[in-house]
Design a protein around this ligand. Structure first.
Ligand code: HEC
Length: 189
């Protein structure tokens, strides 16, 4: 009974939150999120390509290890939102419950044949009693990603990754599959 009451109140809460934000605002916040994701992906891709060209994949680990969190931090500061990447099979950043559910739904849609541009989701939820707009967008595994996330990783690269991330489970990805997702939190007050 308690569980039923609890889930009922959660539904009520999220229903209330939905009303505090108009469809127009949801669409504005979604578009703002998409822009930031595009910028994040662009900066990361440039850094990654340059680093691999200059010194190989081993050199590029520092891009992912240091630059990715740094770009995310910079964009978060500029926008006032929390911007990060996560994955069901993660190397550094574990997903929370909402992110896990959304990424599972992306996997389902992907299996049903949806294209990447349709793999995004948004919602208004409570995080620590604070209303927040959340957005997620799936990230495709490109050829370059396989170097460090694929099925066969060069031995010295693999040992560097294990050294930095002993709990790494972000390997074994196939070209074109979902590597993870960008995730954005915009607090509403
Ligand atoms: C040179 C090795 C390397 C390459 C190439 C690489 N990554 Fe990564 N990736 C990493 C490392 C290291 C991390 C952990 C970053 C951190 O500490 O935040 C990571 C983390 C991630 C994460 C965050 C989620 C998690 O697992 O913690 C995503 C998503 C991701 N990579 C996607 C990609 C995609 C997409 C590509 C291709 C465009 C790519 N990576 C290419 C090494 C790499």
């Amino acid at each position: 009974m308690k569980a039923i009451l609890l889930s009922f109140s959660v539904i009520l809460l999220s229903a209330c939150n939905q009303q505090t934000i108009s469809y127009k605002e949801i669409s504005q916040r979604t578009n703002g999120s998409k822009d930031i994701v595009q910028e994040f992906a662009k900066q990361l891709k440039e850094k990654l390509q340059t680093a691999i060209k200059d010194g190989g994949a081993l050199n590029a680990i520092s891009v992912c290890n240091e630059q990715a969190p740094f770009i995310a931090k910079q964009l978060s500061e500029q926008s006032g939102w929390d911007i990060h990447r996560t994955s069901l099979k993660h190397r550094a950043t574990k997903p929370d419950a909402w992110e896990t559910t959304i990424m599972q739904s992306f996997e389902q849609k992907y299996a049903d044949g949806d294209k990447f541009k349709r793999l995004f989701a948004q919602d208004v939820v409570e995080i620590n009693n604070k209303p927040a707009f959340r957005y997620m967008q799936a990230i495709e595994t490109k050829k370059i990603c396989l170097l460090c996330h694929g099925e066969s990783i060069a031995p010295e690269l693999a040992s560097k990754i294990t050294e930095l991330y002993p709990d790494d489970i972000a390997t074994g990805f196939k070209l074109g599959s979902i590597r993870g997702a960008f995730s954005i939190v915009q607090y509403l007050d």
